[in-house]
Ligand binder design. Structure first.
Ligand SMILES: [Zn+2]
Length: 418
């Protein structure tokens, strides 16, 4: 972990930060969380558009107010949550959006263009005394980047050609994909130099951290009194699919594979298990291997396939990720020869049918009829829970199939191992 110490150093040094990283590395989340380091509330002059400090107002309106009313000037309190501004940079973001513009209504009321009171402030001045975050900075038009540079460097704004001296107190943080940053080079050099700290973010290095993020971020399904139990191997397979995707030559690594792929697939597999419970009247929501295909739509949209190489369809790529991930987790759990009694049963003619929609209780025959299966299931889950046992049986059978020990055929939405 290098990210947190680097952020701490930059903050202590009072530096503006740019975060470089592929998508889904929590760059926006980190930027938003910086407000938790601010004072809980600060006083501002009541009605000020740019949160003027009562002791050192910078806008014309407030300077006039203080001159007139002195200590009787009304104040307000600004909570830390209100001191954060954010903008996703797109090419059509205007100067008016970010910095400010001349307000035509105020001009029509008879004010001169050069009068500071005709300004309609943009997002950055409105975040004065707070933190302003720009996501995907390279997508900002160059002209706007120049204006941004002026705000950061000179604390000056130019609005419609009129220089307005406005010594804003704003921390600017930005994010960019390193690929855009280097190859497209669309952050203008002076602005690039102006960010005092460049901090590279990264994906979780361990599967266990990927799992923690998945559990923390997933939206919880309303289970209406049903209980959900997700066996560890299911969580590991989902996380491993994302890890495999991040190393796959079929997938563009420039834009990366977001942690959102893992989070959304976790939600999708729970959804699939819940649907089974509702359809079959079961009480325990336990995802199985046959539910994994329910995660494919959640994952597919988060991958960009590499073009030019092998001509493969998205669906095939995702299916292969699932197979590879299942095999990796299975191999960590079992040596195929530990399961030789199970393999022998199949060699002697036993078969097993699995599917998303088969009731858990129907899997239990296998525990009686196949020697060694019960012990293998016990090593994974609570064998007394039918739904958990069904899930573990599917995992063991699929693992043995992927190890070339069992054949598998698909038949009318069901799978037959033999
Ligand atoms: Zn003011």
């Amino acid at each position: 972990m290098t990210v947190i110490p680097q952020i701490e150093n930059a903050l202590i040094a009072g530096q503006d930060i740019i975060f470089l990283g592929e998508r889904g590395q929590a760059k926006s989340r980190i930027m938003r969380q910086l407000i938790n380091l601010l004072d809980e509330r600060v006083p501002v002059i009541k009605g000020c558009e740019i949160n003027d400090n009562p002791f050192t107002p910078i806008c014309r309106r407030c300077r006039d107010l203080i001159a007139q009313n002195g200590e009787n000037t009304e104040i307000d309190w600004l909570e830390r949550g209100q001191r954060f501004g954010e903008k996703l940079a797109t090419p059509d973001v205007t100067m008016g959006d970010l910095i400010g513009d001349v307000d035509p209504i105020r001009v029509a009321e008879g004010r001169y263009l050069s009068d500071e009171l005709t300004i309609h402030y943009g997002l950055i001045p409105r975040t004065n005394r707070g933190i302003f975050a720009i996501n995907e900075l390279p997508d900002l038009a160059e002209k706007i980047q120049v204006a941004l540079f002026n705000v950061m460097e000179e604390r000056d704004m130019q609005i419609k050609g009129f220089p307005v001296r406005l010594p804003l107190d704003v921390m600017i943080v930005a994010s960019a994909n390193p690929e855009d940053y280097t190859s497209r080079g669309r952050i203008i050099t002076p602005l690039k130099d102006r960010f005092d700290a460049q901090i590279k973010t990264h994906y979780p290095k361990d599967r266990s951290i990927e799992i923690e993020i998945m559990e923390q971020e997933a939206r919880h399904l309303p289970l209406n009194g049903l209980k959900s139990i997700v066996p560890l191997f299911i969580k590991e397979i989902l996380a491993e699919m994302t890890l495999q995707a991040r190393n796959s030559p079929d997938i563009s690594q420039h834009s990366g594979v977001s942690c959102r792929a893992t989070i959304r697939s976790y939600e999708a597999i729970l959804g699939s298990a819940l649907r089974r419970c509702l359809e079959l009247g079961e009480k325990k929501v336990v995802p199985r291997i046959t539910d994994i295909e329910a995660t494919f739509p959640s994952i597919a949209g988060k991958l960009e396939l590499e073009y030019g190489g092998k001509d493969r369809k998205e669906g095939e790529v995702v299916e292969e990720l699932a197979r590879r991930a299942t095999k990796v987790i299975f191999d960590e759990q079992f040596k195929a020869d530990e399961l030789s009694s199970i393999i022998n049963s199949f060699n002697n003619g036993i078969g097993a049918v699995v599917s998303q929609s088969i009731p858990s209780a129907e899997y239990l025959d296998g525990l009686k009829n196949i020697p060694g299966l019960k012990d293998a299931v016990k090593s994974l889950v609570n064998v007394e829970c039918h739904a958990e046992a069904a899930s573990a049986i599917e995992f063991i059978l699929e693992g043995l199939h992927l190890s070339n020990k069992l054949n598998k055929e698909s038949l009318n939405g069901k799978f037959v191992y033999k």
